[in-house]
Design a protein around this ligand. Sequence first.
Ligand SMILES: NC(=O)c1ccc[n+]([C@@H]2O[C@H](COP(=O)([O-])OP(=O)(O)OC[C@H]3O[C@@H](n4cnc5c(N)ncnc54)[C@H](O)[C@@H]3O)[C@@H](O)[C@H]2O)c1
Length: 288
Amino acid sequence: MHVCERDFGFDKVCYLQSMAYTSLQNKVAIVTGAGSGIGKATAERLALEGVAVIVADIQDETAKATAETITAQGGKAAPVHVDISSEEQVEAMVARAIELFGGLHILHNNAARLSGVGSGDKDVTRMESSVWDSFMAVNLRGPMLCCKHAIPRMLESGGGSIINMSSTAALSAQQTRLAYAVAKRGVNALTQHVATAYGKDGIRANSICPGPVQTEGFMAHVSPEYSAILRDNVLTPYVGEPSDIAALVAFLASSESRYINGQIISADGGMLIHYPTMAQLRAIGVED
Ligand SMILES: NC(=O)c1ccc[n+]([C@@H]2O[C@H](COP(=O)([O-])OP(=O)(O)OC[C@H]3O[C@@H](n4cnc5c(N)ncnc54)[C@H](O)[C@@H]3O)[C@@H](O)[C@H]2O)c1
C-alpha cells in the first residue's frame, strides 16, 4: 500500500493506492517528463510495482529529485537528461536504459509542452508559425522519435507496452490551443500506427486522454476562472490527480491489459460525455 497525499488547491486528496501488477516486476521503463506532474507520479508508481525506471526530463534537477525519491523508497531509477525533440538525445536516452538496466519493456511518452496562458498557442488566425513549430517539435516529433528508437530495443527485450500521453484536447475542439490539440491528435495516430505495425510482434500501444489533472504545469497554464469551469464540467466530486493517471499507465503497462491495443482511452472524470450545457443547467437548477 502507498499513501498519496497532494494539495494543489482544488481538493486535498489522501487515499491508499494498492500495488497490483506482479507482471511488472523486474521490467524496465522509460518515462519522459518524469521530473514533475503526471510523469513523476507514474515513475514513482512503476517503481513501486518493481520496475526499473529511466527518469527522463529536460530539467535535470527535477529528474534527479524524482530518481532520488524512488531510490530512497527502495526502488530502481536513474535520471537522464533529454530534450525529446532532439533525435540524438532520444537515441542516447534509449541507449542509457539498455546500458543501465539491460533491456526495455515500457515506454511512457509523457513529456510535452503544455498549452494555455502564456504559451502563445492561440487560434488559427493568430498562430505564430514559430509557436506551431515548437509545439509540433516537442509534442509530436518527440513521441515519434521515442517510439522510433525504443521499439527496436523493446523487440530485442521480448516485447512491451507503449503508453502515449494524449489529451481530451485531441477529442474535442476549443477556440484556442490549436497547436496542442493538433499535436495530441497526431499522438493518437502514432498510437494506432504502432499498434498496427508492431502488435503482432508483441508491442502494444495505447493513448491516454486525461481531462484536467492537478499538476504544476496545468495550474501554471490555466486561470482560476478557467479552472472553475473545468471543475464544474468534470462529473466526479474531485478533479483528477497525477496518481489517477499513473494507475492507468501501470495497468496499461502490465500484462493485465494484454488484449488492449491501439486504444484511445479517456481519463477525464466524464468531462466529455455530457451535453456541453450541463454545467450551466446545473447552476440554474435542473428541470424535472
Ligand atoms: N495536467 C493536465 O491537466 C493534462 C491534461 C491532459 C493531458 N496532459 C498531458 O499529460 C502530460 C504531462 O502533463 P503534466 O500536467 O504532468 O505537465 P508538467 O508540466 O507538470 O510536466 C511535463 C514535464 O515534461 C518535461 N518536458 C517538457 N518539455 C520537454 C522536452 N522537450 N523534453 C523532455 N522533457 C520535457 C517538463 O520539464 C516537465 O517535467 C503531458 O503530455 C500533457 O500534455 C496533462
